[in-house]
Design a protein around this ligand. Structure first.
Ligand SMILES: [Zn+2]
Length: 636
C-alpha cells in the first residue's frame, strides 16, 4: 500500500479509529510531560483547493493504471454555472468522485513523508485525509507547522491558522506557535469525532451529544405514524448514533453516560408505544435483536465492551505501526473479555480474537444470546413461549420492512402499536372480560378475554380469522401467479367433484411430478392458545407443525385418492412457519426471478415481509376489534 501508516483515510479499515487509539495511548503515557504537544492541522477548503497539476503528476508516478482516467476527468477545467454565468472549475477534486479521497491523499503524501523524514523524533504523525495529527517535542512540532505552512500552498494546501489546534494534558504556558492558533483546554480534545481527555471531559462531550439527539427525537412524535417512528428511531437515532464513540472510548470512561443514553432510548420507545411507562424486563426484551424476539433497539450497556474490543482488535497492528511498537497492546481489553466471559459464559483469548473478522458482531451476538437466555429463564411460561415464537425464521420481518403501502408493507399506527405490545408481552387490558365478538348466527362469543389478548387471536367469532386467512391466501396466490405457475385457481368452490370437501386454497396444475395438480392449504394457529401457555415449549415452531400435521391427516387420504398432491402451509399467528412454507417460498420466488427482473433474494424478502406484515396487522386488529367493543368506562 502506497500510504503505509502515514495516511489512514483511504483503503485502511478502521483508520480513523486507529488514529484515535494511538493519540489516547500517547496522551496517557506522555501526558505529564509539558515539553510535548499535539498539533491538529486544518487546511482551508482542502478538497476544493488541492492542486490538479500535482494530482496528475502523482497519479502518473504512483498509480499509472489510473492516469488516463484521472487525466480525462481533471486535465481540462469542468464547467460550473452560477445562474447564467459559467465558471471554470480548475482546482480540487470533484464532489462525489469516488476517487477524490485517493487523489487528495496522493498530493498530500510527499509532504507527509517529508515530515517524518525531517523529524524522526516525532511520537506520532498521522493523516486522516485532510485531518493531520502530529505529536512530539514542542520545537519539533512547531517546525512541522512551519514546514506545512511553507510547502503546503504549492500543493493547494493552505493552513487555516485559526482552526489549527494545539493540545496537551499538561500544555506549557509558553509556546512558539502563532497567536491565533487555537489553544485547547488541558482536560481534553475532540479528535475525529471522539473525545480524548479526562473522564469529566468525556462525560461533558457525551452529554452534549445526548442533548442534540434528544432535540431531534422530540420531532419524531410529529411524524405520527408508529411504524415510521420506530423505523426512523431504530435506524437513524438510536445506538448507531453512538457506535463510533463506543468503539473509540474505553467503557470505564463512559459508565454514567451510557446509562443516560439507554434511559433516553427507553423513553423514546415508551413514547413510540404511547404508553405511560415501560417496565424494566419489557425494556430488556425490546432491546434484544429482532431475531431474538426483541425490537432491535440495542442498549449501549450491552454492546459497549464488544464495540471497544472490536475496534482494538481491528486496529491492533495499525496502532502498533503508528506508534512504532511491535508489542503494542491496548489497555483494558483483557478486563472487558473477563466481563464478557462472566456474562456470556464464553471465553476468548486475544491471539485468536485478533485473527477473527467482525469481532464486535461476534461478541455482541454472544452477549445478546446470553441476555435472551437469562431473560427467558426468569420470565413466566407464557412469556417464554412468546419469546421462543419470536425467534422463528422470518417471524420478525415486519419490524424491519420499509413501510411502503404499495407493496403491502405499511401498517396502521394502532395495529402496529398493538402488535408491538403483544410481542413484548405487555398486558393490554386492565382485567379480563367477556369477548364481545359476534357470531354468524348472532349472539356474542362470551369466552373470557384475557389481559394479554390471546383469546382475540384464536376467537372463532367475528371476522378476524377469516380475513386473516383470505389475506394470506391472496398474497400467496399472487406469488404463485408471479412465478408463472399454470392455471392457478384460488379455491372458492369445491375442488373434488361430488364432494363437499375442499382440501386446498390454491390449486396449481402440473406442479409436481406424478400429480395432475397440487393443492396448497393455508392455515394459521396461535402458539399461545390456552393449552399451550401452561407448559414451556422446548423448541419453537411446535404449534405450526401441529397445525400442519392436522391438515395433512384430514385431507391427505382424499387427495391421494384423487391424485392430488396436498401441501399444508402452516403459520403461527406470531409469524413463524413450517418448512413446507419455506420450501414453497424458495421455489416460487426462484421461478419468479428466472422470469426476469429482480434477484430471488429480493423477491423472497419482499414476500416474507408481506406475509409477516399481514399476520401482525391482523393480530393487532383482532385485539383492537374486541377492545373497541368493550363498554367504555368513560362513557358511563
Ligand atoms: Zn371471542
Amino acid at each position: 500500500m502506497i500510504f503505509g501508516s502515514l495516511q489512514v483515510g483511504v483503503a485502511t479499515q478502521g483508520g480513523g479509529e486507529a488514529a484515535i487509539h494511538a493519540v489516547r495511548k500517547l496522551a496517557e503515557e506522555l501526558g505529564n510531560d509539558p515539553g510535548k504537544i499535539m498539533l491538529k492541522v486544518d487546511f482551508s477548503n482542502a478538497f476544493n483547493m488541492v492542486d490538479r497539476t500535482e494530482m496528475l503528476a502523482q497519479t502518473y508516478a504512483k498509480l499509472p493504471g489510473l492516469y488516463k482516467w484521472t487525466e480525462f476527468c481533471y486535465a481540462q477545467p469542468a464547467h460550473l454555472f452560477f445562474g447564467d454565468v459559467p465558471l471554470s472549475s480548475m482546482a480540487g477534486v470533484q464532489q462525489g468522485d469516488p476517487l477524490g479521497p485517493l487523489l487528495f491523499s496522493l498530493v498530500l503524501h510527499p509532504l507527509a513523508q517529508r515530515i517524518v523524514r525531517d523529524f524522526p523524533k516525532l511520537n506520532l504523525s498521522v493523516w486522516y485525509l485532510d485531518d493531520g495529527t502530529i505529536i512530539g517535542d514542542m520545537d519539533d512540532v512547531h517546525e512541522v507547522f512551519e514546514l506545512i505552512a511553507k510547502e503546503g500552498p504549492s500543493l493547494g494546501l493552505n493552513l487555516n491558522v485559526k482552526k489549527n489546534e494545539i493540545w496537551w494534558p499538561t500544555r506549557a504556558e509558553k509556546d512558539p506557535f502563532p497567536g491565533d492558533v487555537d489553544r485547547i483546554g488541558n482536560n481534553g480534545v475532540k479528535l475525529l469525532g471522539a473525545p480524548i481527555g479526562t473522564k469529566a471531559f468525556t462525560e461533558e462531550f457525551v452529554k452534549k451529544k445526548l442533548v442534540s439527539l434528544e432535540q431531534v427525537c422530540k420531532s419524531l412524535r410529529e411524524v405520527n405514524d408508529a411504524q415510521v417512528e420506530l423505523g426512523l428511531f431504530r435506524g437513524c437515532l438510536s445506538y448507531n448514533k453512538i457506535n463510533h464513540l463506543l468503539r473509540t472510548c474505553p467503557p470505564p470512561l463512559l459508565e454514567q453516560c451510557l446509562e443516560k443514553f439507554d434511559g433516553h432510548f427507553q423513553d423514546m420507545l415508551t413514547e413510540i408505544l404511547r404508553i405511560p411507562s415501560l417496565p424494566e424486563d419489557k425494556w430488556e426484551h425490546a432491546s434484544l435483536p429482532t431475531r431474538l424476539s426483541g425490537l432491535g433497539i440495542t442498549q449501549t450497556k450491552s454492546v459497549a465492551g464488544a464495540a471497544y474490543v472490536g475496534s482494538c482488535m481491528l486496529t491492533l497492528d495499525l496502532v502498533g505501526d503508528l506508534l512504532g511498537r511491535s508489542d503494542y497492546m491496548p489497555d483494558g481489553v483483557a478486563e472487558l473479555l473477563a466481563l464478557h466471559e462472566e456474562f456470556a459464559g464464553i471465553s476468548h483469548d486475544l491471539e485468536s480474537l485478533k485473527e477473527r473478522p467482525h469481532v464486535q458482531k461476534v461478541l455482541s451476538d454472544e452477549w445478546h444470546q446470553a441476555a435472551f437466555k437469562k431473560l427467558k429463564e426468569r420470565s413466566s411460561t407464557r412469556t417464554q413461549n412468546l419469546m421462543l415464537a419470536g425467534t422463528m425464521a422470518h417471524a420478525s420481518d415486519w419490524l424491519l420492512a420499509p413501510p411502503i403501502p404499495g407493496l403491502g408493507l405499511h401498517m396502521k399506527s394502532d395495529s402496529f402499536r398493538m402488535a408491538l405490545k403483544f410481542r413484548l408481552g405487555l398486558p393490554i387490558f386492565d382485567r379480563p372480560f367477556s369477548c364481545p365478538a359476534q357470531g354468524r348466527e348472532g349472539g356474542s362469543c362470551g369466552v373470557e378475554m384475557d389481559v394479554y389478548g390471546d383469546h382475540a387471536i384464536c376467537c372463532n367469532h367475528g371476522t378476524s380469522r377469516v380475513f386473516r386467512h383470505n389475506n394470506l391466501r391472496d398474497i400467496l396466490s399472487h406469488a404463485a401467479k408471479a412465478a408463472g405457475l399454470s392455471a392457478v385457481v384460488v379455491e372458492k368452490k369445491n375442488q373434488i367433484a361430488g364432494s363437499k370437501r375442499k382440501p386446498g386454497d390454491i390449486t396449481v396444475q402440473q406442479y409436481h411430478r406424478g400429480f395432475s395438480s397440487s393443492a396448497f392449504d393455508v392455515t394459521v394457529a396461535h402458539p399461545l392458545q390456552k393449552k399451550h401457555i401452561e407448559v414451556a415449549m422446548s423448541e419453537a415452531g411446535v404449534v405450526a407443525q401441529e397445525a400442519h400435521d392436522r391438515k395433512l391427516q384430514k385431507s391427505l387420504q382424499v387427495c391421494v385418492e384423487e391424485g392430488i398432491q396436498f401441501v399444508p402451509l402452516a403459520w403461527e399467528s406470531t409469524g413463524g412457519a413450517t418448512e413446507s412454507v419455506h420450501e414453497v417460498v424458495r421455489k416460487w420466488t426462484n421461478l419468479e426471478a428466472a422470469r426476469g427482473g429482480y434477484s430471488p433474494a429480493l423477491i423472497r424478502q419482499t414476500l416474507y415481509s408481506q406475509i409477516s406484515c399481514c399476520l401482525q396487522r391482523h393480530l393487532g386488529q383482532a385485539i383492537l376489534d374486541r377492545q373497541d367493543e368493550l363498554p367504555c368506562a368513560r362513557a358511563l
